[in-house]
Design a protein around this ligand. Structure first.
Ligand code: NOJ
Length: 540
């Protein structure tokens, strides 16, 4: 068994976690000051979103120096101390590896754009204009063309994200070697691995319109593995928006020596209209969520490995998204925790999820920080969309939802900073905060803590076979996990009304392992699930 197979990983978005010096921006010493809290929660590793030198066009996902720490976050000495301090508490640090692109202020790009024969020119993807225009109609995730014209050398460069994020040319061996050298610099410091940003894009063939899943992708990942990960006890998780169970197996089959696992996003795209983008909203159909998650559970049963998540710094808060963040906030936050943490794979918790933090509500675009939301707003406004519909879409899906500062206590600015936070603290911090959660045995935090421990104590949670029950029920999500003669039933009512749980199998009374309604025993013959009730029962 690998250490990450029964591990739970906690994601920190450093700008918003804990500020130690009053500048309103979270920092590394702030993280160090909260390691005991994370130890208490019981997590094994931290995925740290980028802390590198960056002009912050995309909040650190535009890196100008991979081997330097942004002064907003501290120094390299702080980083070394974080790795050490975490290690002494049994926590590993997983760094964010953003190598599909750099910042346009990275030395490689600054040099390469000087002239066509510069030695760094081929580090990026440059093309001549076609009939005086962009080489083709590839678009950027953040709006507009993916090609930007550069006057000086009269060529276009490719950027699949903002124009300040030029794409690296992975076909150039020197690029790959530079990336491997940089990875080894970090691995030699004793980090626990990497989360790899949009890694499925590195094999792109832009001239053929291919961005994700390009022909050489797996070849590059195998080479990367040989050059950096081989013989190191680390984990890797690739961000792969287009993954299917078939491709996920290619990435994560240990025999292929690529990655430990990938983040797939199929379940995170069910509340958007088919053929649309994330901004084209559609209500969630629970049967689809069950179908998709179950498909991943079953198909990666024997080969490959699942990552499990509801949240990250790009996604809205789960309690506001699929739960109920008003009348049943506590119940529904716990329900989603139970549903996810009883599945097979490696669970991820995004900061604030463990206390049930909610989405942020804005009234106007001036309140928005996120480049993706801002660009979408202006683009769609010029196409004739209504302002209120766009603001609504940002409230539902915008990335700032996850990025508001962490609520530590009920003091001013939620204990996040003594200064002015870079993004306003949400007004509900007075009753949703860490201090209050730690004081109560009934809190969402306590539920997460219990679920993490359950995984440590029960091989069934790590290895058990998964089976979906009641696939067509519109509001009950129920499944079993079975291992060496033991079976646990997970039953959750994902609605605000009572629901009868009618199982056709011959199951009677079961001992409750976990319940978000404090139940101790359940009579399966006449069980009624309360609104957002979730229960785990031992049935064999
Ligand atoms: C995915 C990251 O999670 C997101 O925050 C970022 O904007 C893009 N990749 C580009 O790096």
């Amino acid at each position: 068994m690998k250490w990450w197979q029964n591990a739970v990983i906690y994601q920190i978005y450093p700008r918003s976690f804990k500020d130690s010096n009053g500048d309103g921006i979270g920092d590394i010493p702030g993280i160090i000051s909260r390691l005991d809290y994370l130890k208490e929660l019981g997590i094994d590793a931290i995925w740290l979103s980028p802390v590198y030198e960056s002009p912050n066009d995309d909040n650190g996902y535009d890196i100008s120096d991979y081997q330097a720490i942004h002064p907003d976050f501290g120094t390299m000495a702080d980083m070394d101390r974080l790795i050490e301090e975490a290690k002494s508490r049994g926590i590993r640090i997983v760094m964010d590896l953003v190598v599909n692109h750099t910042s346009d202020e990275h030395q490689w790009f600054v040099e390469g754009r000087k002239s066509k024969d510069n030695e760094y020119r081929d580090y990026y993807i440059w093309r001549d204009p076609v009939n005086g225009e962009a080489p083709n109609d590839l678009t950027s995730t953040f709006g507009g063309s993916a090609w930007e014209y550069d006057e000086k050398t009269a060529q276009y460069y490719l950027h699949l994200f903002s124009k300040k994020q030029p794409d690296l040319n992975w076909e150039n061996e020197k690029v790959r070697q530079s990336v491997y050298d940089m990875m080894n610099f970090w691995l030699d410091k004793g980090i626990g691995g990497f989360r790899m940003d949009v890694i499925d894009l590195i094999g792109k063939k832009p001239d053929e319109g291919i961005t994700g899943n390009g022909p050489k992708l797996h070849h590059y990942l195998q080479e990367l593995h040989q050059e950096t990960l081989l013989n190191r006890d680390v984990m890797t998780v690739g961000e792969t928006w287009g993954a299917t169970p078939e491709t996920a197996m290619l990435y994560s089959d240990p025999l292929r020596q690529e990655l430990s696992m990938v983040f797939q996003f199929e379940h995170m795209q069910l509340d958007e209209q088919p053929g649309g983008t994330k901004w084209d909203l559609k209500p969630l159909d629970l049967t689809e969520l069950k179908r998709v998650l179950s498909k991943w559970q079953v198909e990666l049963k024997d080969s490959g490995w699942n990552s499990l998540f509801w949240n990250n710094h790009d996604l809205p808060r789960i309690v506001s998204r699929f739960g109920n963040d008003t009348d049943y906030r506590v119940e529904s936050a716990k329900l989603f925790a139970i549903l996810l943490h009883l599945m097979k794979g490696t669970p991820y918790i995004y900061q604030g999820e463990e206390i049930g933090m909610t989405n942020r509500k804005i009234e106007s675009i001036d309140e928005v920080d996120d480049i993706e939301s801002i660009n979408m707003y202006h683009e769609r406004l010029s196409e004739g969309y209504r302002k209120d519909a766009l603001i609504h879409a940002i409230n539902v899906k915008g990335r700032d939802n996850a990025r508001t500062p962490m609520h530590w206590d009920d003091s001013e600015q939620a204990g996040f900073t003594t200064g002015t936070p870079w993004l306003p603290v949400q007004s509900n911090y007075k009753h949703i905060n860490v201090k209050e959660s730690l004081d109560s045995e009934d809190s969402i935090f306590s539920m997460y803590k219990k679920l993490i421990q359950l995984r440590k104590d029960n091989p069934l949670v790590v290895w058990g076979d998964y089976e979906l029950l009641l696939p067509d029920h519109p509001s009950i999500f129920a499944y079993t996990r079975s291992y060496q003669g033991n079976t646990w039933l997970v039953a959750a009512n994902v609605s605000g009304q009572e629901e009868r749980l009618e199982l056709d199998e011959d199951r009677r009374v079961g001992k409750v392992i976990v319940s978000n309604y404090g139940k101790e025993e359940i009579d399966l013959e006449m069980a009624v699930l309360q609104p957002f009730e979730a229960t785990v029962v031992e049935i064999a």
